[in-house]
Design a protein around this ligand. Structure first.
Ligand code: EPU
Length: 431
């Protein structure tokens, strides 16, 4: 829909060493858009999105939505209308499609709430970890959906219509499980309480959309969310929050190239864990209402330690990009990854560019080097791809990042945005 058929062979060529200068604008958040698209299926009426990001993950989610009977249409002004009028939970979604987009598991909640059944291929683990679904399933069971079986790689669930409100205490404050349970509970009989809920801003955005659709939810952004079930939801329109991970990526790009970069369309509170770390390192920032500027430094930045945590802690989705920056900071920095068990895929590739990183038991020890040197590297997942691109912007000479289909899953117009602020970067296809 939005890409080319050669995407799997696409590479990024970057000639590094140019400070980024100017203003870069953040798109709508991928991790808000995906659950919001699923939520649109909770009503028979149309839900219109003002600013869907044109990224591969959204494209794949729209395909899955069509497979289960949802309809999508692009309006003249670039907005998108989603309708769940003809939702049909008995239609099988091909395994290949579900595998393209893990977040298709977010359709389970709406399908169960609307149709009393769901039949989807289970997204497997991925390159960053095993990515369990037990908390989603525990939630659906508590809502009265006793008949859930996982077999042959499929999850088959049947439940009463409506589902039954209940109290659910999550063992892990999972973002996806919180969203799935919230969506399922909107149409349940009675009140549902989610304790130890995830607190990410994307969950607040989901609450905002659902309440505009007529749901009665409060507490998103805290660890207790209360959902009073209603009989029916209605159509509405919605602007998706800015992508806090894209914003953080650009801030790091400004610092790693020692440029002066203003990142616009940002909610500063959403990136506080990142800006706090940058300031601890000695980066000079100006924080406005909806923008942040990073300024060049002629002093040495300081090594820092980072532990990834659920929001409002330091986001796992910024860990790889920050690691790229720390490779060039004198001293030894430590990064401990607490959310996913295998999220250091960028390490050997950064080392190919001249970094000095060792990992042991979920912690990376990054010894700052004087410079990175361009080389051919390969991306294994979305954030690793971003980290390699940032390292390439700082490296001396030419860097080629292979497999940038991972990057295109989550960053809108990455190359165009960076070229506009002075990067020498191009997307190449073929060998
Ligand atoms: N977990 C369980 N059981 C569950 C669900 C999760 O044990 O039932 C574990 C996972 O295995 C993982 C941890 O809990 O170790 C966190 O998983 P969570 O469910 O919170 O993550 P998610 O909903 O699958 C979303 C984002 C990820 C982001 C994580 C953490 C979307 C579509 N994806 O995933 O985004 O890393 O939250 O913040 O919202 C990315 O954008 O690069 C990305 C991977």
């Amino acid at each position: 829909m939005w890409g080319d058929s050669m995407a799997n062979q696409a590479k990024l060529e970057i000639v590094g060493g140019r400070p980024l200068q100017g203003t870069i604008t953040v798109s709508a958040a991928k991790n808000a858009a995906l659950p919001l698209l699923a939520a649109a299926l909770l009503t028979e009426e149309e839900v219109v999105f003002d600013n869907l990001p044109r990224i591969k993950d959204v494209e794949a989610m729209l395909e899955v939505i069509q497979q289960v009977g949802g309809t999508i249409r692009e309006l003249e002004d670039g907005r998108w209308a989603i309708s769940g009028r003809n939702l049909d939970a008995s239609r099988e979604v091909p395994n290949e499609l579900v595998r393209k987009i893990r977040a298709s598991n977010l359709l389970l909640g709406p399908l169960l709430a609307r149709c009393g059944m769901a039949h989807l291929s289970m997204p497997g683990g991925c390159s960053i970890g095993s990515r369990q679904m037990d908390q989603h399933i525990k939630g659906f069971r508590a809502l009265g959906c006793q008949d859930i079986a996982i077999s042959g790689g499929y999850i088959k669930a049947h439940g009463p219509l409506p589902l039954q409100g209940t109290v659910i205490h999550l063992d892990v404050a999972s973002v996806g499980a919180t969203e799935n349970i919230m969506m399922a509970a909107t149409l349940a009989a009675g009140t549902t309480v989610i304790r130890n809920a995830a607190k990410e801003p994307e969950i607040v955005d989901l609450q905002n959309l659902l309440n505009k659709m007529g749901a009665r939810i409060r507490g998103a952004g805290t660890d207790v969310i209360k959902i009073e079930g209603v009989k029916k939801l209605k159509g509405t329109s919605h602007s998706i929050i800015p992508d806090r991970i894209e914003a953080g990526t650009h801030l790091v790009a400004g610092v790693i190239t020692n440029g002066q970069l203003t990142v616009k369309n940002i909610i500063p509170e959403h990136v506080e864990a990142v800006t706090a770390k940058l300031m601890e390192m000695g980066v000079k920032l100006e924080i406005g209402d909806d923008y942040i500027t990073v300024f060049p430094h002629d002093w040495q930045l300081k090594a820092v330690d980072i532990r990834t945590q659920p929001y409002p802690g330091f986001p796992t989705d910024m860990q790889a990009q920050f690691m790229a920056l720390l490779t060039l900071v004198p001293g030894i920095s430590l990064i401990t990854e607490n959310i996913f068990e295998a999220r250091f895929n960028q390490v050997p590739e950064l080392n190919r560019l001249g970094a000095n990183i060792k990992t042991e038991n979920g912690t990376a020890f990054i010894k700052g080097v004087a410079k990175l040197t361009g080389a051919e590297v390969s991306a294994t997942d979305l954030r690793a791809a971003a980290a390699l691109a940032l390292a390439g912007l700082a490296a001396e000479g030419k860097t080629i990042v292979e497999n940038i289909q991972h990057l295109e899953r989550g960053y809108e117009a990455f190359v165009e945005k960076y070229c506009q602020v002075g990067a020498q970067m191009r997307r190449i296809t073929g060998s």
